[in-house]
Design a protein around this ligand. Structure first.
Ligand code: ATP
Ligand code: MG
Length: 181
């Protein structure tokens, strides 16, 4: 029997936003080299983390996601230009609250709940930039000194992603993608 894969549902960051954000992150990265910085090409916004998905379940997940995107408007995402932290472990770029983005996340969650994929935590839109080292914390300065772009873009697609965890962090690949209209 083939193995389950670790999966999540996310929206990607377009290249031009990635470039602007990369420039803003570069000085922080240099100042805090011990943090585990997410590679810019891996930046994404997670709508729902699925965890292990058996190969036989993937087509059902895909079918449910296809149905969910048909019901919603493509949201706009706006970066606020500031950062936040979850505890002392995760540093992220802040997004402006957006009802359409929340509706997309809700549609994804409603579509996948019947398949047993649920997140007990409420959806909290964020773009992870760095994680604390195993034996450390995100310093206050990293949050305070982040001065990012206030870029905004229309979300054009929803992705089903696979996460492969390795010694130097996880790498992701896109399993399937659906356009939003
Ligand atoms: P690593 O955990 O190896 O440091 P990672 O967090 O990038 O790397 P995954 O843990 O596979 O990789 O997570 C993939 C995506 O799902 C990330 O956006 C992560 O923040 C999110 N995620 C992971 N676990 C959860 C969870 N329990 N609840 C909500 N989101 C999660
Ligand atoms: Mg993780």
């Amino acid at each position: 029997m083939s193995e389950a894969h670790r999966m999540f549902v996310a929206v990607p960051v377009p290249a031009w936003v990635r470039e602007a954000l990369e420039e803003a992150v570069a000085p922080l990265r240099a100042q805090h080299p011990r943090l585990r910085w997410v590679a810019p090409e891996s930046w994404h916004l997670t709508l729902l983390f699925l965890g292990d998905v058996a190969p036989a379940t993937v087509p059902r997940v895909a079918g449910a996601l296809a149905g969910s995107v048909a019901q919603v408007q493509a949201p706009r995402i706006r970066l606020e230009g500031s950062a936040g932290r979850f505890g002392r472990r995760v540093l992220w770029a802040r997004l402006e609250p957006d009802a359409e983005l929340d509706a997309l996340a809700a549609a994804v969650r409603e579509a996948l709940a019947p398949l047993g994929f649920v997140d007990d935590k409420a959806f909290s839109a964020h773009l992870t930039l760095a994680r604390a080292p195993r034996d450390g914390a995100i310093p206050d300065a990293a949050e305070r000194d982040f001065a990012g772009p206030t870029s905004s873009w229309r979300v054009e697609q929803l992705n089903l992603m696979r996460s492969v965890r390795g010694p130097s962090g996880a790498t992701y690949d896109t399993v399937a993608t659906w356009p939003l209209s």
